[in-house]
Structures are given as C-alpha cells and as structure tokens.
Design a protein around this ligand. Structure first.
Ligand SMILES: Nc1nc2c(ncn2[C@@H]2O[C@H](COP(=O)(O)OP(=O)(O)O)[C@@H](O)[C@H]2O)c(=O)[nH]1
Ligand SMILES: [Mg+2]
Ligand SMILES: [Zn+2]
Length: 298
C-alpha cells in the first residue's frame, strides 16, 4: 500500500506519483471512485499486471468544478493552491470569463493571478494594461507576457514557485505554450513517458500535472472548453469578488446583494470609481446566470 498523487488522467486510467517520487500507471478499483489530477490516493501494486490499482481517494482540500455539456458538475482538479487565468491578444480577451474563474478561485479560497499573453501580437496594448491594472487594484497578481518571445515569462514563473497551480482560460490563448516556456524541454519528456505504455489506447490526456524546474507544479487541462465554473447561488457570487468584500460590510442590509438595494456601499464605490464598473457588470452577469441556473431555465 502506497500513498500517491494523481499527476495525469486519461478517462479511467491514471498516472500517479508514488511517495518515493517514482511514477507508475494505475487503474481504478470499482466504479465509485473518481480520482482527478491533484488527488492524494492509496495505490497498490498488482502482481498480474504492470498497472497499479487505486483503492481509495483521500479527502480533498478543495476542487475546481465546471458544468459539463449535460449540465452536471464535473471536477477538473483537486487540492490546488493557486489559479492562473490566461487571456490573450488573440482570440480577443473575454474578461468576463476571467472574472468567472477568479470568482471560482475566491470560493475555493485560493489565491489567483491574471496573465495577458501574446503581447508580441499587434493589439490594443493600452486597453490590456488597463485591465491588468484593474485586477492589480482588486488584489490579484497580473502579468503581461509572450510565450513566443519569452517576455514576462520570468514574472509568471515567480507567481508559481512553491504552489500547486492550475492554468485556465479560453482555448488558444497560449496556456500550453506558457507551460512549455516555463519547462524548457521537459514537457515533451513527460508526455512521452505517459503515452508509451498506452500503445494508442487512452492517449487523450484529460489533464496533466507538471513539475516546474524552479519549484511548484502546474496542471494543464487540454480539453477545457471555453466556459468557466458555475456558482451555487447569487450570494456566493458576491463572495467571489475580492474587492467587494471589505466594502460590503458597510451596506445597510447584511444580506445586500448589491443590485437594487438602498444604502449599498458596493454600488456607491462603483459610482465613485473605487471599484471597476466593468467588474461590477461581470458580477451582475454572474448573478443573472446563477439565478437562471437555480431556477432551471438554463
Ligand atoms: N504570437 C503568439 N502566439 C502564441 C503565443 N503563445 C501561444 N501562441 C500560439 O497560440 C496558439 C495556441 O496556443 P496553445 O498554447 O495551444 O493555447 P492553449 O489552447 O491555451 O493551450 C498556438 O498556435 C501558439 O503557437 C504568444 O505569446 N504569441
Ligand atoms: Mg493547451
Ligand atoms: Zn450592497
């Protein structure tokens, strides 16, 4: 019996890292267990085959979830310390998606940062810089970079040292390219090892956790579609906006939703420019989406 950490998932097969640092392939005992990347598990070697068997999943510190195509909640990864959201010059940055991910990070109670990638591409650099500044003022790390030229990548690296992070964002923004940059040549090595033993079966990686040379680990989910996690309630949405929290204590009503309530200190601060109006719009959109979901009209 060994304690192990799940470092890659291929539908029902996994790659796990044992406590001694070695990596083995594993399958899952029964149908009930659903390990994800980042999970601590119990794994036992099997005498008849090369695969190990995962017999238990330890309690999770947190999980990152999103709704799948059938409206069910799917767990992307577990036991995370940091969420890195990537937007880019192309495809055009969708800051609402960024806000939804940051909201998820707040609810998981983990720190988060925003990266604007592809600064080598001719785009509205001033607009991107202004958005990054909004995030910085709200209390998030914010970095502009180019995975192509390497500009800003050292700053990204510094955000990730010592953490287990997940990198998220619209497809095509350069998540895998940024990881490649951070790893140097190591990425190819890791995927080759994982794919070799599979001989063409289960070669679609759901997600993979990579060790960074300077310390820290990062999870990439190649299949992540464009939408961000769903929230359970409108109240949760307000908790998801870091810069609202301190202000919300001054609202007239303790259960203020910061929408049409009188004496709302959050709205007041938005009107006076202390909270970004765009972030407040994101908040209202998230509340709307959440209410539609809860009412089953989604
Ligand atoms: N010009 C430019 N292209 C980039 C940059 N980073 C990634 N790309 C390109 O953007 C495309 C999508 O990158 P990829 O890393 O696969 O994005 P992912 O879907 O978020 O993992 C690829 O064609 C990359 O070569 C960058 O900083 N500048
Ligand atoms: Mg990718
Ligand atoms: Zn309020």
């Amino acid at each position: 019996m060994n304690r192990a950490t799940v470092i890659a998932t291929y539908s029902r097969r996994m790659r796990v890292r044992l406590d001694d640092g070695s990596e083995v392939d594993a399958r899952i005992k029964g149908k009930r267990l659903k390990p994800v990347c980042g999970d601590d598990v119990i794994a036992v070697p099997l005498s008849e085959e090369d695969d190990w068997l995962i017999t238990a999943v330890e309690e999770r510190r947190n999980e990152l979830t999103r709704p799948n195509t059938r409206g069910k909640v799917e767990i992307l990864a577990a036991n995370l310390d940091y969420l890195l959201v990537v937007a880019a010059a192309e495809p055009a940055a969708d800051w609402f998606i960024v806000d939804r991910y940051l909201c998820a990070a707040e609810l998981m109670k983990i720190d988060a940062g925003v990266v604007f990638n592809k600064i080598d591409v001719n785009a509205d650099a001033a607009a991107a810089a202004a958005e990054l500044d909004t995030y910085r003022r709200a209390g998030y790390d914010a970095v502009a970079c180019s995975a192509l030229s390497g500009d800003g990548i050292d700053e990204v690296r510094r955000l990730l040292v010592g953490h287990r992070s997940i990198i998220v964002g619209q497809s095509g923004v350069g998540k895998s390219s940024i990881i490649n940059c951070l790893l140097g040549g190591d990425l190819q090595k890791t995927s080759a090892v994982s794919d070799k033993s599979r001989e063409g079966r289960h070669t679609t990686v759901n997600s993979i956790m990579l060790s960074l040379p300077g310390g820290g680990e990062i999870i990439d989910s190649p299949g992540v579609r464009d939408y961000a996690p769903a929230l359970e309630s409108a109240v949760a949405a307000a908790q998801g906006f870091r810069e609202f929290r301190e202000q919300a204590r001054h609202c007239r009503f303790a259960n203020c939703r910061h929408l049409r309530e009188p004496g709302c200190a959050v709205k007041d601060k938005v009107e006076h420019g202390g909270i970004s109006a765009r972030r407040y719009e994101s908040y209202k959109r998230i509340v709307n989406l959440t209410e539609q979901l809860t009412e089953g009209r989604y």
